[in-house]
Design a protein around this ligand. Structure first.
Ligand code: COI
Length: 371
């Protein structure tokens, strides 16, 4: 691991924390943030934790014009034993570098990024909410900051981590959501940026999401961009169906996001010996399974969404009500097990959770000043 000096400037004022029962997703941010700069020829440098604040950027910064950026999303939980747990953070920083590679952004040292995150969480530890269904959402991201209007990879970047205490991602909470199948717009095609976590993928999804929202649906279910027939993913989650006793999810195909929750759910299902397959799934197959009474459950998976049961699927003017609009037993068991492991109330047979030590015991050398 490359070790960098992290300068720490502590905030002298503390923001008011939101009430646990009023927590929304991604609206409140903690007292501090991590930031580090990159310049071509100099590499990553000036790692620092500072009071949460606005950025000052040149209006010509490339991020504003060509969107060269990547992000990640993970969560920290405070256990009943007062331990802070992260869920598979190594996987997030590994995927971060896969996204960086696709967007021509210089790689980060994954071990250092995790150590920096642990330090930031240690400082803002009191922001981790404890009510059921809440957590501290972590948003690491990189933006291109070179002031230049030519289309080329930027020579300068900033890597930033912000923290946000969150409740449920959907306004429905844990109740099943309704989603509509998108037939006009597409999200990604193989060879594009669909597997990278980059802002442009989400910007291009907004039109369809807005139209679906106007019809009363929470999210869209994307079909593949070539045949317009195979299921890919939902707006902010991967998707699973239980058909006639088997759990199926679209296989990784070069255009869907390789979700860390998706991967964990597949591992859990196989551990329980529940039949599962990753394969092509056409929307016609789902419609037929529904018509035959074999579409037993549907649920989305994601860091923000955790497990989101789908109670209704709308396609071609037809409503498919799944499991009477109720959360199915497999979805519930997955939700309980995953959140149990994440919050430390269940044993973690897979070695997924990583504890953030309460004392600064990292390999980093930190200069702490209070301003
Ligand atoms: C996450 O699940 O962390 C995501 O990145 C989805 C986000 C777009 C809300």
């Amino acid at each position: 691991m490359t070790t960098y000096n992290i300068d720490i400037t502590l905030s002298t004022t503390k923001k008011e924390k939101p009430q646990a029962d009023k927590l929304q997703f991604g609206k409140t941010f903690t007292d501090h943030m991590f930031i580090m700069d990159y310049a071509l020829g100099h590499g990553w440098h000036d790692a620092r934790i500072i009071p949460y604040q606005s950025l000052s950027l040149d209006p010509a910064s490339m991020i504003f014009h060509y969107g060269q950026s990547v992000f990640e999303g993970l969560k920290a939980y405070l256990t009943e034993k007062d331990q802070v747990l992260l869920f598979r953070p190594d996987q997030n920083f590994k995927r971060f570098n896969i996204s960086n590679d696709r967007l021509c952004i210089p790689h980060l040292d994954e071990d250092f990024a995790l150590e920096a995150l642990k330090q930031l969480i240690q400082i803002d530890r009191e922001w981790i909410p404890t009510a059921a269904g809440t957590s501290l959402y972590i948003r690491p991201f990189i933006i291109s900051t070179e002031p230049y209007l030519g289309v080329a990879p930027s020579t300068n970047y900033q890597f930033i981590i912000i923290l946000s205490p969150v409740g449920s991602y959907y306004k429905e909470g844990l109740a099943p959501i309704k989603i509509s199948v998108e037939s006009e717009y597409v999200r990604a095609v193989a060879g594009g940026t669909g597997t990278a976590k980059t802002g442009g993928n989400y910007a291009s999804s907004l039109k369809a999401q807005q139209q679906s929202g106007d019809k009363g649906y929470s999210q869209v279910l994307w079909l593949d961009g070539v045949n317009r027939k195979y299921i890919e993913e939902v707006g902010s989650m991967n998707i699973f169906f239980k058909i006639d006793g088997e759990v199926v999810t679209p296989m990784v195909n070069g255009s869907i996001l390789e979700g860390i929750t998706r991967k964990s759910i597949l591992q859990l299902l196989r551990y329980w010996d529940i039949p599962v397959s990753e394969r092509l799934i056409s929307i016609d197959e789902i419609k037929q399974a529904y018509a035959d009474g074999k579409l037993e459950e549907a649920f989305g998976t994601g860091t923000a969404a955790v497990i989101a049961p789908v109670g209704e699927l709308f396609w071609n003017d037809e409503k498919m009500t799944i499991n009477n609009g109720q959360t199915g037993p497999v979805s519930q068991k997955l939700y309980d097990t995953l959140t149990g492991i994440q919050t430390g109330t269940l044993e973690d047979p897979f070695g997924w959770v990583v504890e953030v030590p309460s004392e600064v015991e990292s390999l980093l050398h930190s200069n702490v000043i209070t301003r």
